[in-house]
Design a protein around this ligand. Structure first.
Ligand SMILES: [Zn+2]
Length: 305
């Protein structure tokens, strides 16, 4: 029997800073995490790519926040994919949701039509500490619907941070994720004007990020291939990325309470336990009838206050 360290556990966000302190970079290979999302949510290629790019964007942004902080992206576009939500935390947990995971569209110019699936509308970015209710949100228009470009536009418009974002997800002929990864470059205030142009030119000439990671490229390879002509220093950030949900029995019961006394009353009258499944991870929760009754009474009491 032979053993090897699972590559899944080695997927991490890598962080770098330019030695002249003009910008910072984060890169990630997220192939296993995006494929795990695909398998849990049973997404078809369009949703796999749109959600995968969004998850990569969240992870890259969240790694630059503080311990305990998260970044959530809400794409509210007019396209047939409907709402896209993705969330990543500083320490590498991420999850995603879309209203229409099995959307299929005809290809555009031979490629998956991600921007057509997302459509026009608004991108809201929520950052901060979710459990402490210390969240800040900013909203911009969806610029292209290609996800990475939209994140860069948000950083520029809402945070006044000139940024370059690349996120790629390559799907194989069976709809599985062959490679997924991304790059985020954020300029610091006071960086020279030509730095962003130089970075943009370097990223453009590097070619396809999803091809690089599909071919076995690492997070280190991404930074070396995409950011040429700068001296970089690696920053410590030792957290494995993973698909992880924060759902719990308690949260399901809170969601039931929010339905209100009338809806709960009709559930009680059905005389059966309530089964709920989490939209993010598919976990099944069973709330026994007796507890649904208690929730109904609680909800009724609240409605009288
Ligand atoms: Zn869940």
């Amino acid at each position: 029997m032979t053993f090897k360290v699972s590559s899944r556990r080695q997927e991490k966000v890598h962080k770098f800073i330019s030695k002249d302190s003009s910008f910072r970079v984060s890169t990630v290979v997220a192939t296993h995490v995006v494929d795990e999302m695909r398998s849990i949510l049973n997404t078809y290629p369009i949703a796999t790519v749109a959600l995968g790019r969004s998850m990569i964007g969240c992870l890259l942004m969240a790694a630059h926040q503080k311990e305990g902080h998260s970044v959530g992206l809400y794409f509210r576009g007019s396209g047939p994919l409907g709402l896209i939500f993705a969330e990543g935390t500083y320490d590498g947990a991420c999850r995603a949701y879309t209203a229409n995971p099995q959307l299929e569209l005809p290809p555009r110019n031979g490629l998956l039509d991600i921007s057509g699936a997302v459509g026009h509308g608004l991108l809201e970015v929520v950052r901060g500490v979710s459990y402490a209710n210390q969240l800040h949100s900013g909203t911009v228009i969806i610029k292209s619907g290609e996800i990475a470009e939209d994140i860069a536009f948000y950083l520029q418009q809402s945070q006044q941070i000139p940024a370059v974002v690349a996120a790629g997800v390559e799907i194989d002929q069976y709809g599985l994720v062959r490679g997924a990864g991304g790059l985020l470059v954020e300029l610091f205030p006071g960086a020279k004007d030509n730095v962003i142009e130089k970075i943009e030119a370097s990223v453009k000439s590097a070619g396809s990020l999803s091809k690089l990671v599909s071919g076995g490229g690492t997070a280190e390879d991404i930074v070396h291939e995409f950011i040429k002509g700068f001296d970089l220093e690696k920053l410590p950030h030792d957290y494995s990325i993973r698909y992880e949900c924060r759902c719990s029995n308690e949260k399901v019961k809170n969601a039931l309470l929010l339905l209100g006394p009338d809806e709960l009353q009709s559930m009680v009258q059905d005389n059966e336990d309530i089964e709920a499944s989490c939209d993010f991870c598919g976990r099944i929760y069973v709330i026994p009838l007796a507890e649904v009754r208690e929730l109904q009474q609680e909800s009724h009491k609240r409605s009288l206050n």
